[in-house]
Design a protein around this ligand. Structure first.
Ligand code: C2E
Ligand code: MG
Ligand code: MG
Ligand code: MG
Length: 288
């Protein structure tokens, strides 16, 4: 009986699994086509000075809009593109287009401080031989000052540390490009890399921010990260700020920068320009 039940279960499971595999394969084919045809959009989420509210930069986020269907979220298509290796082509497209967009934006809103561009770079791209060249070409043809470009990596890249990656990071540093650790705190890497690598920024993962200020342990953790960053001379960005009480607490513990729906969602270039005018245009004098 047990055997029969097991068999039935196996039969019930199998078609669903096959459907999933077919769907996945179908999505993969569509993704390949979309990458070949550059059928993507970019959105830009402002990074703000938590106290002053000013925009200091924009993070480029890829979107895959599909005719007549819901857009596929990057959490789905980025991992897929990573598996097939197509992320390199997609990443190159993101780099070229985001540098062009933000360089244009910088020219349209001249100010004291140019908003920077932050680009997500997959582990795979960090291992590509042509990556440094790609960055140079993108920056050059866009006319973007390299010191206004930031590249994001995850802890996994630092864990698989190789001489090539060391050299790449240093070459980028020499160019003036800054390096941010994305989703900081979710990986398993040792803290040594913060000392050994030329890193400039820690982006505290949203999962830590979600639980503040209600969970005192999370508050202590975030505070610890902020102090660690201060000690090492790194900047900190809190990701996924949604509530005013999170903003207040982060300001209190000295976390200078943040991103989140509380300030702005990922925006089109036009909306980004409007936000710049709105938040950075009129500078009211601080009171007192
Ligand atoms: P990420 O780099 O950690 O980006 C932050 C994600 O959190 C974005 O999701 C953003 O829309 C979302 N977010 C920001 N503030 C809030 C908030 O207050 N509440 C909530 N619920 N979410 C918030 P998105 O755009 O869906 O991107 C997901 C991930 O996909 C990114 O995480 C990044 O790892 C990856 N990704 C996106 N674009 C690219 C790309 O061009 N290249 C690569 N390699 N990865 C990308
Ligand atoms: Mg990111
Ligand atoms: Mg992140
Ligand atoms: Mg994240």
């Amino acid at each position: 009986a047990a055997k029969a039940a097991g068999k039935r279960q196996w039969r019930r499971f199998q078609p669903q699994q096959r459907i999933r595999m077919v769907r996945r394969h179908d999505l993969q084919l569509r993704l390949d086509t979309a990458i070949a045809r550059h059928e993507f959009d970019l959105r830009y989420q402002p990074v703000v000075d938590i106290r002053a509210g000013e925009v200091v930069g924009f993070e480029a986020l890829a979107r895959w809009p599909r005719l007549g269907q819901d857009a596929v979220p990057p959490g789905q298509f980025i991992p897929l593109a990573e598996e097939t290796g197509r992320i390199s082509a997609l990443g190159a497209w993101v780099l070229r287009n985001s540098t062009a967009d933000i360089a244009r934006l910088q020219r349209r809103v001249p100010g004291l401080r140019l908003p920077y561009l932050s680009v997500n770079v997959s582990a795979r791209q960090w291992r590509d031989n042509g990556f440094l060249n790609e960055v140079c070409r993108a920056v050059e043809s866009a006319g973007l000052a390299p010191h206004t470009l930031q590249l994001e990596l995850t802890e996994s890249v630092l864990m698989q540390r190789t001489p090539q990656i060391d050299a790449l990071l240093r070459a980028l540093k020499d160019l003036g490009v800054s390096i941010a650790v994305d989703d900081f705190g979710t990986g398993f890497s040792s803290l040594r890399y913060l000392r050994d690598f030329p890193i400039d920024v820690l982006k505290i993962d949203k999962s830590f921010i979600d639980e503040i200020p209600s969970d005192p342990q999370q508050v202590a953790l975030v505070e610890g990260i902020v102090h660690l960053a201060d000690t090492l001379g790194l900047q900190v960005i809190a990701e996924g700020i949604e509530k005013p009480e999170q903003q207040r607490l982060l300001a209190d513990i000295g976390c200078r920068f943040g991103q989140g729906f509380l300030f702005a969602r990922p925006l089109t270039v036009e909306q980004s320009e409007a936000v710049l005018h709105h938040r950075n245009g009129a500078r009211p004098k601080p009171q007192g």
